[in-house]
Write a protein that binds this ligand. Sequence first.
Ligand code: AMP
Ligand code: ZN
Length: 465
Amino acid sequence: MVFHLYNTLSRKKEVFRPIKDKQVNVYICGPTVYNFPHIGNYRAYVAGDLLIRYLKYQKYRVKFIQNLTDVDDKTIRDSQEQNKSLKEFTKPFIDGFFEDLRTLNILPAYKYPRATEHIKDMVKTIKKLLDKGLAYKTETGDIYFAINKFKGYGKLAHLNEEQLKSGASGRVSADEYDKENPRDFALWKAWTKEDGNVFWETEIGKGRPGWHIECSSMSSKYLGQPFDIHGGGVDLIFPHHENEIAQAEGAEGRQFVNYWFHNEWLLVDGQKMSKSAGNFYNLRDILNKGYNPLAVRYLLIATHYRQQVNFTFKGLDAARSSLQRLWDFMKKLDECNGEGNDEVVNKAVVNAVKSFEDNLNNDLEIAGALAAVFDFVKEINVVMPSLSKKNVKEIKKIMKLFDSVLGFIIVEEGKIDTSIQKLIDEREAARKAKDFKKADRIRDELKKQGIVLEDTPKGARWKRV
Ligand code: AMP
Ligand code: ZN
């Protein structure tokens, strides 16, 4: 089976064919940097990472671009509230985002373009749209996209005639809006006093761009038009991605993107994890409880990207123990020095690689791919004592290959345990401060993760049970 990818545009799994042989251009919408992303947001970035890693596994060169939305309604509102410049306000969130990406072992993009540094490109696109009669300026200086002038409007979200008619009646200036009600949307927002010192003096007036134009201008600037894959969470299908299509295809008169890739929600108690619902966890909240970041990565990846997944700490514990099985396996391999068992190893390798690839070729069917890895580990475990150094080399090579896609099998020595050590240090500090309640709580927390502590005169020692 060749690689098939579900395309939101056609609502079908399609054979993946890149525009240029062996080169794939990918854009995944990045964060709006007005706060620290929660782990729901990271589901979108981890899903993109899985896709990109699997494309690389298939020997494609991948050019991956991810935007930073550093000007929009929310960044302006919050920076004004805190009396900070936009740049000063967004900096810690941008730094935090990059740190989290590294922590979750997400491969870096080729470039992270910032909206504020691409105003000229956006103005150029807006001018084209005005010239073609697809956009209009209002008396206040705002510029809107006229959705009834663009024939393909609604093709990604599959909006029907009724929805389009009901939407043709109004305008919306907010960056995010009601999914049921398509409207003419703002390409350019004329300066108002609420914007304070956030504005650009341009040929189309004094103001700032709308959110949607940021992504379509920056993606085609770096990736060309059309380019191969554009992704994000399902909430971005409408209006954000629908509007991106309208802008890019309206301005250039040709296809914008070939494959649309959308991930489903990370839920908490059956509800979408979101800032506004208040049911969110930042990565740091979780790491501070002593969890390993790779367990978070595992949890976010292990359910198919088009299925919803519920976040629980129990789920995180289960992810942690699955990882432990893999890590223990890798460690045990080093102790093998037997006469060898080529037949079993060769057969297991061939089967595992085939099943791993067959599953991922089926729209990144991750459950099957993980089963291939764990079955392989199980089969090899049975013959473990007899493995030769040569067998071990071969097995490690395959695990490394799997890890190039999964990103959680091979970890530097010591990295696994940094979060545990952090908790142990915290417990020591609590004991010194005679806060025995806290110290006991941390001991219990560690116990839940299978770690028991032994207090010695030289400090606490730990072992896994
Ligand atoms: P935002 O910064 O709100 O634009 O979101 C960044 C990315 O995270 C977008 O692709 C969203 O669709 C995605 N996203 C937000 N919340 C969740 C969630 N609970 N589960 C999965 N993806 C999400
Ligand atoms: Zn976007």
